[in-house]
Design a protein around this ligand. Structure first.
Ligand SMILES: [Zn+2]
Length: 223
């Protein structure tokens, strides 16, 4: 299993590659490139969110607390006095930063459903839906954001799988096959729940034809 630093370094490198390719192809301006790199890097640490007390879980919930705070201010501003708003924001920050992290690590097992391709798909759809609906980004960019997160996620799973192979003797360690997988073979219920989550998101994502177009244009780049 690759460690935290390997994950974030390789994912960030992959992000730079994607950001550069898209910028060259004039898919996004240089300002978007930074966001793409950040999303790939974030995707690259996301699968280990379920490893209790890992670097990832702390960093991820730290990072998530910022957008939740912004969202909280935007939603609550019309209803509360400045003083109350401040208290509410403190509450939101505390909840995301500490309570959500504790809850999450209680409810999940490491290398369970969150360490799978299905989770990668779910997180990518969430990213695209948020970017499209909440931040009103054009469909093309919203899908690109989702794909960036997906790329980071897949890089992570691939790295873990790679590191489970003993390089010297080419002997497979016991963890082989636990990193890069479609779902969680031992817990059918979590697969089902995640499938339901994916389906609920479908109405919120940008038009699929745009994704098709993005992937088609992307495949042309590698010719
Ligand atoms: Zn991992």
């Amino acid at each position: 299993m690759a460690n935290f630093r390997t994950h974030i370094t390789v994912a960030a490198a992959g992000g730079m590659l994607m950001a550069y390719a898209g910028w060259q192809a004039q898919w996004w301006p240089a300002s978007q490139a930074l966001l793409v790199i950040a999303l790939v890097a974030f995707g690259g640490i996301l699968p280990d969110i379920d490893a209790d007390r890992s670097h990832s879980i702390r960093l991820i919930f730290n990072l998530l607390s910022v957008p939740s705070l912004v969202l909280g201010v935007l939603l609550l501003q019309p209803w509360l006095t400045p003083g109350m708003l401040l208290v509410a924001c403190g509450g939101i920050y505390f909840c995301v930063r500490f309570l959500a992290a504790v809850l999450f690590s209680r409810l999940t097992v490491h290398r369970g459903i969150w360490h799978s391709l299905m989770a990668a798909g779910l997180c990518a759809l969430v990213t695209s839906a948020l970017s499209f609906q909440l931040f009103a980004q054009p469909a093309w960019l919203a899908w690109a954001h989702g794909v960036a997160l997906l790329l980071g996620f897949v890089i992570h799973l691939g790295l873990d799988e790679l590191f489970s192979v003993d390089l010297e003797g080419a002997r497979l360690k016991r963890s082989f096959g636990t990193a890069l997988k479609l779902g969680d073979g031992r817990r059918p219920l979590s697969n089902l729940l995640m499938m339901i989550a994916v389906l609920t998101l479908v109405p919120w994502v940008p038009p699929w034809s745009v994704l098709g177009d993005l992937l088609y244009q992307g495949s042309l780049l590698w010719r």
